[in-house]
Design a protein around this ligand. Sequence first.
Ligand SMILES: Nc1nc2c(ncn2[C@@H]2O[C@H](COP(=O)(O)OP(=O)(O)OP(=O)(O)O)[C@@H](O)[C@H]2O)c(=O)[nH]1
Ligand SMILES: [Mg+2]
Length: 462
Amino acid sequence: MAGDTIAAVATPLGEGGIGIVRLSGSEAVAIADQMFRRKDGKSLAQQPTYTLRYGKVVDPETGRKLDEAIAAIMRAPHSYTAEDVVEIQCHGGVVVVREILGLALKLGARLAEPGEFTKRAFLNGRLDLAQAEAVIDLIQSQTRVGLEVAVDQLEGSLSRRIKEIREGLYDLAVRIEASIDFPEDDLPEVELAQLERGLQAGIKQLEVLLATADDGKILREGLKTVITGKPNVGKSSLLNTLLDENRALVTDIPGTTRDTIEEVVNLQGLALRLVDTAGIRESSDLVERLGVERSLRLIQEADLVLHVLDRSEELTAEDFQILEMTKGRRRLVLINKTDLPPAWELEALGEIEAPILEISLRKEPEQVVASLTQAALGLLGTGAINSSAGSRALITRSRHKQALQQALKYLRESLGTLQAGLPLDLIAVDLYHALEALGEITGETVRENVLDRIFAEFCIGK
Ligand SMILES: Nc1nc2c(ncn2[C@@H]2O[C@H](COP(=O)(O)OP(=O)(O)OP(=O)(O)O)[C@@H](O)[C@H]2O)c(=O)[nH]1
Ligand SMILES: [Mg+2]
């Protein structure tokens, strides 16, 4: 596949100030040269790298002028793909970019697959796989924090950490190999102890990195947040307040929300993927019962549960059931309707392991947003939000997490083998498996079908 020249529209299809058609490959300049007439009459082949020239896009067969444009040239290996790249910047209209792309294809370029430019950057060694994935994350990031994490990963924060860990393990493997080559000399005790310490250190490093996986996922994907509580306590009102719009229907009839409603809010850079659910109660109504079952499932899958209680109505068995159901989950308990006369006192709830906020969605909605944000950030610990500041390596993708878990499993096995006094080559085998698993993260040892899956996530033109 490498070798041929690919082309695609790199800007979103729609009306805009400019549109960009991008070509990459050994023939990129030659193809662009046939369709671009520089104002000064010179050819693109003469144009130095990293320069722009003004001209016209013309179909060489018919002489038809398509647009006025600027040609940018970035020659190999200092380009996004590490190949010759030409970008034709034209006016941003749907038809004009399509026509120019069509011309490039007619002149010998091939339409790029999704992510193929970035895939070439990876195959040509300009980016490793974790960095290529960071490109998708960067484009798709929904919040400032998500963006920061993606930028750090694109710059290599995770790749560097993986490389360091791999190098440490390689050293161990080399030492083992050296001893295997001289079997008559039994490995001295000191060496064995050093090996053991080395393996233990590797295990520790992987554990530390793995521990960032939850935070990393939350920062990349947002916090899956479920609003739960019995009917009529103000769940939909909370959703609307956080969204600052009347998204969900709010009435004084218990059982108003039947199905779940999902929306994303951005709280100080942290994305909450909010789900408003049907109020939980015993019900004979089938539709409502299905809604309640779905609520229960959602609670199990949530990263954060917001449990709303009504201060103005007596506590009921349902309130305590929900407290029980959400036990052990990361949760906030919100006691709503404090503008009305209270029907119960806080002590009635008993001991609860969760921050409790007393709120009034009707009287002071802004304050609810502020205190809820603080409490949610507090629950995540200092780690998640501050982590990106120091370019700490973070695990944001389940693909990386699984590879780390694999590597950890193999390392633990090799340590077990060593401690059981078994032959050194057995230890080495597991060590190499661990190295291979780690290599999947950065792409040294990755399989073709995995690559295809990763790059299929991209848009065309990236
Ligand atoms: N006085 C007062 N009323 C509130 C407050 N928050 C919500 N309400 C009212 O409580 C009623 C129920 O609110 P909803 O947001 O629909 O409650 P819900 O929990 O989504 O109810 P279901 O969807 O039926 O489970 C509405 O009449 C709201 O206006 C509050 O802080 N104070
Ligand atoms: Mg509701």
